[in-house]
Design a protein around this ligand. Sequence first.
Ligand SMILES: NC(=O)c1ccc[n+]([C@@H]2O[C@H](COP(=O)([O-])OP(=O)(O)OC[C@H]3O[C@@H](n4cnc5c(N)ncnc54)[C@H](O)[C@@H]3O)[C@@H](O)[C@H]2O)c1
Length: 361
Amino acid sequence: MPKIKVALIGVGNCASAFVQGLQYYGKSEKKEDYTGLRNPSLGGLAPIDIQIVAAFDVNDRKVGKDLAEAIFAMPNNAPKVAEVPSTNIVVNKGPLLDGVGKATRNVVQISNTPDSDVAKILKEAEAEIVVNLLPSGATEASQWYAEQALAAGCAFVNATPNFIASDAAWAKRFEEAGLPLAGDDLVDQVGSTALHKTLLRLLSMNGVRITETYQLDVGGGTESLDTLDRTRDAKRAIKTQSVASSLPYKTEVVAGSTDYVDFLLNKRDSYFWISGVYFCNAPMQIDLKFSTVDAPNAGSVLFDIVRAMKIALNKKLKGAILPVCAYAFKRPPAWVRWRARQMLPLETAEETFKRFIMENT
Ligand SMILES: NC(=O)c1ccc[n+]([C@@H]2O[C@H](COP(=O)([O-])OP(=O)(O)OC[C@H]3O[C@@H](n4cnc5c(N)ncnc54)[C@H](O)[C@@H]3O)[C@@H](O)[C@H]2O)c1
């Protein structure tokens, strides 16, 4: 079976979880070995079919190193769950652009190795799918790498909250190039947004009128530091819109990352507050804390996305692949959203994705 050839842009915590996950699940044979994966097999493809063929970063501790070493270099703090043997993939230097913000400049030493020719490396490595795992504030750099994917004839997955798949002009460019595109802003496997939406939907289906709700996070990964500095407002807008879409009426909703606490390392604590009324105006409240580790939360979803994108490539599908965007991203293209402020309900997105896989394999 030919491998799914993936290039990683940014060898940070998510990349670490992804690479370790490939090792962790690579030799799985029995059903129990796949515990923790949403889809052990997708359209006949297993994690073992995914192969990383190129990686790019700007951090001096990562550039020039084998990927197996770079994923554990500072400031990465995703937990080590697998011994990753040498991969023979050396991390290439990408152009810095706006990749490192004010807050993270103190923790990322920029390599002075000359920038590599990214499109050329992608072509030589025969990369099929470029996965953008840059910091959320890297708007210009994300667009630059999307250009490189186009130039190299690769599909593009945008895990960041920068608007690429949800931007009609970018979607059109990938469509014209005959290449698939998916984004924006990855949905976590056990994410606070999905949990919040599910709780609100359950309550409103039972006749509860939610009067106000918020969900706030604290995290200790580099991404939380970057978010605090550069993308707090944008992330908050995406999350709030997504959460509000789960209710059939307007109410007071706030959802978004709030702060950075270094000693949490790659952990994330999410706080939920929900207040509402039910029968004869009786009050109800939920006050909840939910703790996760950030980077592994992206692993299973990324495995699903790259396998779905391979299926899209095999079928020569082009432009934003809507069932993948709706299933795996917080901000899919506008035409996936219902009415002005609504998105596909989680179950509908899941069904649409499963149907897409079945119909195309
Ligand atoms: N569960 C999750 O972790 C999750 C969920 C949803 C979305 N995301 C998104 O995924 C992205 C990656 O998250 P992360 O936690 O791995 O971030 P991170 O900060 O740990 O990693 C980013 C990496 O990009 C590198 N980089 C910066 N500028 C670069 C450039 N110009 N060229 C190449 N590399 C460059 C950094 O050195 C770093 O290694 C973020 O945008 C985040 O919002 C993550």
